[in-house]
Design a protein. Structure first.
Length: 284
């Protein structure tokens, strides 16, 4: 079984389902509530494990009861978490999510009192045992050192660009695959996935680059080609939480399994669409 190391964060998600998004300074009753594991790398690991690839998570772990809850859940999903360093006297990052049942949109308030993963944590892991290395673009000064360290192991590297970060431009040359979200593209002034990919492909013509754009589907660039995969039409969106993570997991898993960029883009787009039609990540 191929194996991937995913670095990033693991959070506790508290999801309140409401009939419609509340007005400011109002009080509404939640229709239902879910408490589950979250965080980009953790979500990706849960999906990748379902796709026949051993997912190994590398994220800071708090030493509180919430950490025990979410890491037990991940281990039950067969995600390997033994590489995660424990930070004493800390608390698990928590995302408070308001899920609008009218359209599936989600609004997130995130609280964090836990250090980011650093180069010392990363250097404690033997990278020889993995077939692929994936990174969330965060804490980029330390991430740059991680990427430089990874060069000696000659593994394919993917980097997710979800939000603008300080010094993010320094890490981009080290990726084989760049996974760009719509919010990141818009933060850089792009109004379409095509414009975003044309810009980054001029800078990095030798890389595979994707850009997702919600209900319009996803685009990919790989040397000299720009392709589009439309998102399948659905009658109802249940939940968009983790749709981007599902896309990224599907795309990388397909590449690891030897599929073409075209086929990987189609698979990932359809998988993310399926995710939007259900709650959570089970049985994708």
């Amino acid at each position: 079984m191929p194996s991937i190391l995913l670095t990033g964060v693991s959070t506790l998600d508290i999801i309140n389902h409401v009939e419609t998004y509340p007005d400011e300074d109002s009080e509404v009753r939640a229709v239902s509530q879910q408490i589950r594991s979250g965080g980009n790398a953790s979500n990706m690991a849960i999906v990748i494990q379902q796709l026949g690839i051993q997912a190994n998570l590398l994220a800071k772990r708090a030493d509180d009861s919430n950490a025990s809850l979410i890491f037990s859940y991940l281990e039950n999903k067969l995600v390997q978490t033994s590489f995660c360093p424990v930070q004493k006297h800390s608390s698990t990052p928590t995302s408070y999510i308001t899920l609008n049942q009218a359209n599936g949109s989600r609004t997130i308030v995130h609280y964090r009192k836990l250090d980011e993963l650093d180069i010392a944590d990363f250097n404690n892991v033997d990278l020889n045992q993995f077939d692929w290395l994936h990174f969330e673009a965060r804490n980029c000064h330390h991430l740059l050192a991680m990427l430089k360290h990874s060069l000696a192991f000659n593994k394919p590297v993917s980097i997710e660009l979800e939000k603008p970060r300080e010094a993010i431009e320094d890490i981009l040359p080290y990726a084989n695959v760049l996974l760009i979200s719509k919010p990141f593209a818009e933060s850089q002034g792009f109004s379409s996935a095509e414009d975003c990919l044309l810009h980054f492909s001029e800078q990095y013509p030798d890389k595979t680059i994707t850009c997702t754009w919600g209900e319009l589907g996803a685009w990919a660039y790989f040397p000299s080609q720009l392709i589009h995969q439309a998102a399948p039409q659905v009658s109802r969106v249940v939940e968009t939480i983790g749709a981007g993570d599902t896309f990224n997991a599907g795309f990388i898993s397909s590449l690891i399994n030897g599929q073409s960029v075209n086929d990987s883009l189609e698979f990932a787009t359809k998988l993310a669409t399926k995710k939007c039609q259900q709650s959570g990540f089970d049985n994708l």
